[in-house]
Design a protein around this ligand. Structure first.
Ligand code: ADP
Length: 447
């Protein structure tokens, strides 16, 4: 037992002994008990009062009550816990100021928003990039300061993480990548990074590719022309004729690459547009495309069988030439990467979620799983050893992906080595049109 409790028990014992002695000597037991109880309780009430006053004044260590016994112990406990609280507070405020210093030094603008999307905290860079003043704008809605449409949509979006590119409200020449992350309960963290330099470099790269492709075309056309002329010359010795033929094939391949690169840079330049294009009668176009393929197939001694299933009443709003290029790329790939005699299924129909989808299914060589995510990269060719034997530029799927992006659609690729591949290009519902008068009686069977 510690000393404080010993003191307290001794005090209680003295009170009891004194009560008994007074009772024995005077014979007034009740009076003795009442008097001694009052003395003991009264003393404790006085201690309690000074203790309460001390606590009310913030329990300063300089004016701790001059108590003894159990009251001295309580005062000591409170004093100690207060001291450790103070130390913890000091440590926390040190941590907080360190954290603020780090956040303020970040090169990205960082803004914390509360559940009403009002600014709770912002770092210094926020002023330079977003025009949010770290002190005076606290409590204001961010949407009143940054009025860009994409930014407002980002703030409204319910996604936990989302990002948009916007021009800086401070300097329209700067482009910002704004990322929104939701955390805790209804808190939002916004970061904005200046990506102007990256955008400028991308533009430079695109312009270089477009210019180089354009400039190379004219000399290449001349070279191809001469090679074509020589290729058919029967007077050439057989050894030369083989070389010329090889050179001619390679010149034609180069021409195809330049052609594809120019198509790609035009697609990139156009970018996404909600209302580009005219209504295209896809069923009619697909039928003619497949029939063209069947014709060339007989010429090339190919024996692929193409099965076409179309929803006759389903049209889509696109630029016809781009849609044609998309179909041709997917169909020619299916033919190129399937063995003779393979069956290729082409289906045009409305999906369950209202998108118009073109599906090209083959049972050809398939693509290894690790290559799937890279197929739409420029010049990427899967299964390199086998693919090299097949004519191609490695740009076809890149073109298809860009076309789909420009129309707000997507390209889905499913494939398994040696089993076959399914390429699905889907256009968003708002681009589709179902013509009642053309409605077919037959339902489209699943592929
Ligand atoms: P390429 O001109 O080489 O065909 P693409 O961009 O059209 O270029 O296709 C990229 C690569 O994807 C091809 O080289 C090929 O390896 C693979 N690929 C595309 N379509 C198919 C398919 N239907 N079956 C198997 N592999 C395919």
């Amino acid at each position: 037992m510690n000393t404080a409790w010993s003191v307290e028990f001794s005090r209680l014992l003295i009170t009891l002994v004194s009560t008994v002695i007074f009772g024995l000597v005077s014979g007034y037991w009740t009076v003795s008990v009442v008097i001694h109880s009052c003395l003991y309780i009264g003393w404790n009430v006085i201690q309690l009062r000074s203790f309460e006053r001390w606590i009310r004044n913030g329990a300063p260590s300089s004016s701790a009550p001059d108590a003894s016994g159990i009251w001295e112990l309580i005062v000591q406990h409170i004093y100690r816990s207060q001291k450790s609280n103070k130390d913890r507070k000091k440590h926390l405020s040190k941590l907080a100021s360190h954290y603020h210093a780090v956040m303020s030094a970040l090169p990205d603008a960082t803004v914390v928003l509360n559940e009403n999307l009002e600014i709770e905290w912002a770092n210094k860079t926020s002023q330079d990039l977003l025009g949010v003043k770290p002190n005076s704008d606290v409590g204001h809605k961010l949407s009143n300061i940054v009025r860009d449409g994409a930014m407002l949509a980002l703030l409204d979006s319910r996604d936990v993480k989302d990002e948009v590119e916007i021009p800086s409200p401070v300097d329209q020449l700067k482009t910002l990548m704004v990322t929104k992350i939701q955390y805790g309960e209804d808190k939002t963290l916004l970061t904005a990074r200046d990506i102007s330099q990256r955008i400028a470099l991308q533009k430079l790269r695109k312009a270089f590719i477009a210019n180089a492709s354009h400039e190379l075309r004219t000399p290449l056309t001349v070279i191809s022309g001469y090679l074509e002329m020589l290729d058919g010359d029967e007077e050439l010795p057989p050894s030369m004729s083989k070389i010329v033929n090889n050179a001619h094939v390679q010149a034609l391949r180069m021409d195809q690459i330049l052609n594809d690169l120019l198509i790609l840079s035009k697609l990139e330049e156009k970018g996404y547009s909600e209302d580009r294009g005219d209504t295209v009668d896809v069923p009619v176009m697909l039928k003619s495309l497949v029939s063209d393929f069947q014709k060339t197939k007989t010429k090339a001694k190919g024996t692929h069988e193409i099965k076409l299933t179309v929803q006759d009443d389903l049209l889509v709003k696109v630029v016809e030439a781009e849609f044609y290029s998309l179909c041709q790329n997917l169909l020619s790939n299916a033919v190129k990467y399937s063995p003779e005699g393979a069956v290729i299924k082409v289906c045009w129909s409305l999906s369950d979620d209202g998108n118009a989808c073109l599906k090209v299914v083959d049972n050809g060589e398939g693509i290894a799983r690790e290559h799937l995510s890279r197929l739409t990269e420029r010049f990427f060719r899967a299964n390199v050893n086998r693919t090299r034997k097949v004519n191609g530029t490695g740009l076809g799927l890149s073109i298809v992906k860009h076309i789909m992006e420009n129309y707000g659609g997507y390209l889905d690729i499913q494939s398994e080595l040696t089993i076959g591949s399914t390429f699905t290009a889907c256009f968003p519902g708002y681009r589709t049109q179902v013509i009642e008068s053309k409605k077919t009686q037959q339902a489209i069977p699943p592929l």
